[in-house]
Write a protein that binds this ligand. Structure first.
Ligand SMILES: [Mg+2]
Length: 253
């Protein structure tokens, strides 16, 4: 008979070991978000990008500042990226929009945790970048963080197209297509993100999920600190990327 402690069934040691083995991916492949995950975009970069996007919308859609701000935020909330709304509803040229809104000295504004180069060198498994940001900007951030050589595979907004349409995070269709392209089983994939909506989508497909709360976290309406009550579930919640190596052993789906 199983023993009982305070009304709960005690897990026999062999079962506990089995559970741990099943919970830990055999060969983890890490999919890392960029903004507010690998670096603190809320510190200065988001303000820069938001201002440039509002400028762009104001200029190209010929609306006033308030309306430009409203549209930028509305499309970001509705589609996961302001770009999608502008392409879908206003026939904006995506390459032009991305170039204009991310054309600034990224390295001067990057703020991040110390020791990331060493951390990534010792973190096991393949690392893939998975961001709704554009490629030139993402690559500039990775270089500024000195972790670019660890991310040979980079999924950015330009290559998040499925059947010709932009499908950024949290699109499950895009996540499935990306797993197939990278030849990774969902059970071996670990998504590290600050966005709970993106984690929820990945989790539904079988990814292991890690919620990073150390930087600002974007929720509807803007950026807030994630230290709030009732944060949605993730397999693991970390406040620093340096908690990842140790946390892997406790990682649940
Ligand atoms: Mg993010």
């Amino acid at each position: 008979m199983p023993s009982r402690a305070r009304g709960r069934r005690a897990v026999p040691r062999s079962d506990a070991a089995l559970e741990r083995r099943q919970a830990t991916p055999r060969r983890p492949v890490f999919f890392f978000d960029l903004d507010d995950t690998l670096h603190d975009a809320s510190h200065a970069i988001f303000r820069q990008i938001d201002r440039r996007m509002t400028d762009y919308v104001e200029r190209h859609l010929e609306v006033d500042r308030d309306e430009a701000n409203r549209l930028r935020t509305y499309y970001w909330r509705r589609y996961g990226a302001t770009l999608l709304g502008l392409v879908r509803h206003h026939a904006i040229d995506p390459a032009h929009f991305l170039r204009e809104t991310h054309d600034f000295d990224v390295a001067a504004l990057v703020r991040a945790e110390r020791g990331l180069t060493r951390l990534f060198a010792r973190l096991p498994g393949r690392k893939v970048l998975l961001t709704n940001a554009p490629m030139a900007y993402a690559s500039a951030v990775l270089r500024a963080l000195a972790v670019h050589r660890h991310f040979r595979a980079r999924y950015t907004i330009e290559n998040m197209r499925v059947h010709g349409a932009f499908r950024p995070k949290p699109s499950r269709m895009m996540l499935r297509a990306m797993l197939a392209r990278e030849r990774v089983r969902a059970a071996d994939a670990v998504l590290v993100e600050d966005s709970t909506a993106n984690l929820k989508s990945a989790r539904a497909l079988g990814f292991r999920t890690v919620l990073m709360t150390g930087h600002g976290t974007r929720i509807a309406g803007g950026c807030v600190r994630a230290r709030r009550r009732g944060a949605p579930r993730a397999g693991l919640v970390i406040r620093s990327l340096h908690q990842l190596p140790h946390g892997l052993a406790r990682l649940r789906r």
